[in-house]
Every structure is written in C-alpha cells, then in structure tokens.
Design a protein around this ligand. Structure first.
Ligand SMILES: Cc1ncc(COP(=O)(O)O)c(C=O)c1O
Length: 495
C-alpha cells in the first residue's frame, strides 16, 4: 500500500519502502525480497569501497556497484568530465555519418588497446559503441550473421552462408536478459528460445540439430559432467572435443558462432582449463565458426585488460561494458577484427548500394557524455597502473578468502581471477547467504543464478582491511549455518 505522502516530499525509509513495494519491479527480484521487513536497502551515497543507506548504515561494497565500479565510488575527477561534456554537448546522433569527438576518440582508443593486447589480428579493429552488455551481445550476433551473409562471391550469400545462424554457448554462462542472450543460457526457462520450445515433444527438445541455441558443459572440473571425459583427456580437452562434436552434429554449415565468457561472472568467477581456448580456436578456424568473447564483466578485472589474454587466444569479436566506465555512466562496446568488417560492411555488393545499410542501432550508442567518461576511466587505469593492480590485489584478496573459508563444511571451492572471486558452496543456499550478509553484516556480494556460488568483484582499490572484514563476516555466516546443518541440507546442490 502506498503512503499518501510522495517520497519526493518525504523520503523516509518507511515511505520509500512502501512506494517501492507498490511501484518498482526489481531485476532478478522476488516480491518476498522486497516485502520482508527491513529487507529493502535504499542506498544514498558512496565513497571509495563503502556505500551508505538512507538509515545511515555503512556497507562494504564487494560487488563494486553491480560488478562495474572498479575505481570505487564518488570520484570527482570523473564526475567533472561528465559535467564538462554535458555543458559542451550532452548528446548528438551517432548514426549514419554523424558522430562526436568523444565517440571517435573512444573507438580509436579501444581499437589500439585491442591490437596491443591481441596483436596483429586486431590491426585496424572496428568498434561499435553500445551502452550496455546484452545489447552488445545482440550486436555481436547480428554482426556474425551479416558477416556470413556477405561471405559469398562479391558479398553475396550464394554458397549458402546464410544458413550459418546457429550459436553455441557454455552452460553456467550469463550473457544478459534480452532475447538472444537469455536464449544462450540453457538454465533460464522463463524467456528466450527455451520458452519457445515448450510444447515440443521431449525427443525434439534434446535434438541439437533443431535448436537455434545449444550449449556444452563449461570446461571446469566442477561444472563439467565427468562421464563425458574420455580416458587420457583433461577437462579442457574433453570440452574442446565436445565443441567439435556439437559443431559436426549441428552441421558446420549452420553454425555462425561460439560464445563464451573468459571467466564466467554470474556463474561464480569460473575460469577455464588452459587447454580449452587454444583448442577451441583451432576448431572454430577449421569449421568457420566465429569466436565471440563476452568480456562484459571481465574487462579490466582479471589482471589483463581482456580476460582472453590469460589464455593467449584472440577471439574474433569482443564485447565489453561495465568496468569500461567504472559504472559512472552506462557504456559498452563491440570490438571486431577488420577482416570481419571488410566482409560484412565493405563487400562489393555493399559498396555498390548505399541502401545496403546495417539494420542496427541504439539511441544511446556513442553517447558523447558516456564516451567522455569512459575515456577518463581508461586514462585513470593507465595512470594508476590498475591492470597490474587488479592482478596484485586480486591475488591478495584470494589469499584472504582462502585463509578464512577453506575447510568450512559449507565451502567446496574458493577461486579467483584478478578481482573476480568466487566461493562455491556445498548447498544451494547462495541467495540466503547473500541476504544474510547484506542485512546482518552490511556486506554487499552476489549469489549466482546457479544457487550454489557467491560472487565478489571488489573495486581494485579495496584495502586488505576492508576485504578481510568482508571475508570474516562471510566466515561467521557460513559457520552459523554449519551449526544448523539441517538448514543447508534442506537445499542440496541440484547440479
Ligand atoms: C558476462 C556478462 N554478459 C552480459 C551481461 C549483461 O549486461 P547488461 O546487464 O548490461 O545487459 C552481464 C551482466 O551482468 C554479464 O556479466
């Protein structure tokens, strides 16, 4: 029930909570989370790695906003850039032959960065600007389709390349909540391709040749079905073999792309066996399948600019977002090799017809204020050596986390790649832990959608002391659960 006094006139906690219950629908939310007494946290301000709510409580932000705020909260030097750009030119179109200075500069900078990190294959890389992650994935997929469509003689799809439309992903992934990204996650059933297959007979549902979106197990010991590992294979080799088998099962002529996160974020900071990506690269080259790296969360966090650098493998298309603006404004980008651009956008047929445009854009693509902020964030990353810091600080955070948590009954694994840290639990109680950490300990972290992992992505600038407090609090919560073992046993791991 909404109170009669608008929250603009009386923004007290009770008033805000009541209005929130009545009017706001939260992403990944459940009405219970909103309605339970005191369960709603209304943040009011942030500084460094701390957040404050409207009741004056202080929180340690181990989630960096929403896995974005690598540089921490409240930096005036970034806000100033936004202010100045807004005063100069807040927005202009970035469509067709229109653009702005910050948009061009950001594209140039990202192209240079990708060449620096991935080498010659990214020489002359092209950048399409977005403001978020899922829309970057949609654009990457659209670009892959266009690339295959134009891959025939003189930019035609005559040899049947138009058939290359299907896409393979990894289980336990998260690529976003719009239709294509949601379809890439087999565990999501409410929306996307899986919803459309409801009503299919069971035999068809399991038939990979009929599916537009199919997936294989992630190449990590805890996420791969061991029955599928052949004698003499490690998990990376087994997953690569399964990727090849899946391409052949579907028919290589119909597979457009393979998409993956270098480190699964929502999945619980899961990085992969080092053998997997080099083999996957060979397989994708052999069968003409584009590799799309979803670096939306990993960008700037793993101790390298791009997570894929950790495996020494260059993908074909890279999608980034989140940390590129450290959360100060929404921002994202799709970076792709010039080779793809030449075929997709500069083929003989396209050259002859101005009307052969790429039917894709977002109103906010290349927003000059967002671009100016992203440029400033990249400057700060370079100035303060924050990529190396992410590696150093991440190693320290992992040590602290292992020291506090390893050996606890409820803990199966503690892992990390830079400042992406994960705790794998023996029960499906991750959401309960998330709530208790927030409400009882005033620590922000996230439960994975697989229900048994916790994700922490602290700002790179977090201190040992702040992180230790968070780890200690997590130990307390998990230990208290140990004392009520039955509560945890009531939610055994489903997979
Ligand atoms: C790896 C990855 N891909 C895609 C997305 C979706 O990004 P957005 O929420 O900006 O659409 C996310 C968001 O958490 C993500 O972590």
């Amino acid at each position: 029930m909404t109170s009669n006094v608008p929250t603009l006139e009386n923004p007290s906690y009770d008033n805000l909570k009541s209005a929130d219950e009545s009017h706001q629908m939260h992403g990944f939310g459940h009405p219970y989370m909103q309605k339970a007494p005191k369960s709603l946290i209304v943040f009011e301000s942030g500084s460094g790695c701390k957040l404050k709510d409207v009741n004056g409580n202080e929180y340690i932000d181990c989630l960096a906003g929403i896995t974005v705020s690598n540089l921490g909260h409240g930096r005036e030097e970034i806000a100033k850039v936004a202010y100045e750009q807004m005063c100069r030119l807040e927005v202009a179109s970035n469509q067709r032959n229109l653009t702005t200075q910050p948009a061009v500069q950001l594209c140039e900078r990202l192209a240079e960065l990708s060449k620096r990190c991935f080498g010659e294959s990214f020489d002359g890389a092209r950048v399409y600007l977005t403001v978020g992650g899922a829309e970057g994935i949609e654009a990457a997929y659209h670009l892959a389709l266009r690339y295959w469509d134009k891959s025939g003689i003189m930019g035609s799809s005559s040899p049947g390349y138009w058939k290359k439309k299907k896409i393979i992903s990894l289980r336990n992934c998260y690529h976003g909540s719009t239709f294509v990204p949601a379809s890439l996650k087999p565990e999501f059933s409410d929306y996307g391709w899986h919803r459309l297959t409801e009503g299919w007979e069971d035999s068809k549902k399991e038939d990979n040749t009929l599916k537009f979106f199919s997936s294989i197990d992630a190449p990590h010991e805890l996420f791969f079905n061991k029955n599928n590992i052949k004698k003499g294979e490690n998990v990376g080799q087994a997953a690569a073999r399964m990727l090849e088998e899946r391409i052949l099962e579907i028919n290589a002529d119909e597979v457009a792309a393979f998409i993956f996160e270098p480190v699964q974020g929502d999945g619980g900071a899961v990085s992969f066996h080092p053998d997997f990506f080099p083999l996957a690269r060979q397989i994708c080259d052999k069968y003409g399948v584009l590799m799309i790296a979803d670096e939306i969360m990993a960008f700037g966090k793993t101790g390298k600019w791009f997570g894929m650098e950790n495996y020494g493998v260059a993908p074909d298309i890279v999608v980034i977002s989140k940390g590129i603006s450290s959360g100060y404004l929404p921002m994202g980008a799709v970076i792709y090799r010039d080779r793809l651009w030449q075929t997709a956008m500069n083929s003989m047929s396209t050259k002859m017809m101005v009307s052969d445009i790429w039917q894709h854009d977002y109103t906010w693509s290349g927003h000059p204020t967002c671009c100016a902020v992203a440029l400033k964030v990249l400057d700060i990353f370079e100035r303060d050596g924050l990529i190396d810091q992410a590696a150093v600080r991440g190693r320290r955070f992992l040590e602290i986390l292992k020291d506090k948590l390893q050996g606890l009954t409820l803990v199966k694994d503690v892992r990390g790649s830079g400042v992406m840290l994960g705790v794998d639990l023996t029960s499906d109680i991750a959401s309960d832990v998330e709530m208790r950490m927030l409400l009882e300990k005033k620590i922000v972290l996230r439960a994975s959608s697989n229900k048994h992992c916790l994700l922490m992505t602290p700002p790179i600038i977090m201190t040992d002391d702040e992180f230790s407090q968070a780890a200690e609090a997590l130990k307390d919560i998990l230990n208290s659960w140990g004392a009520f073992g039955s509560a945890a046993m009531a939610k055994p791991r489903q997979w």
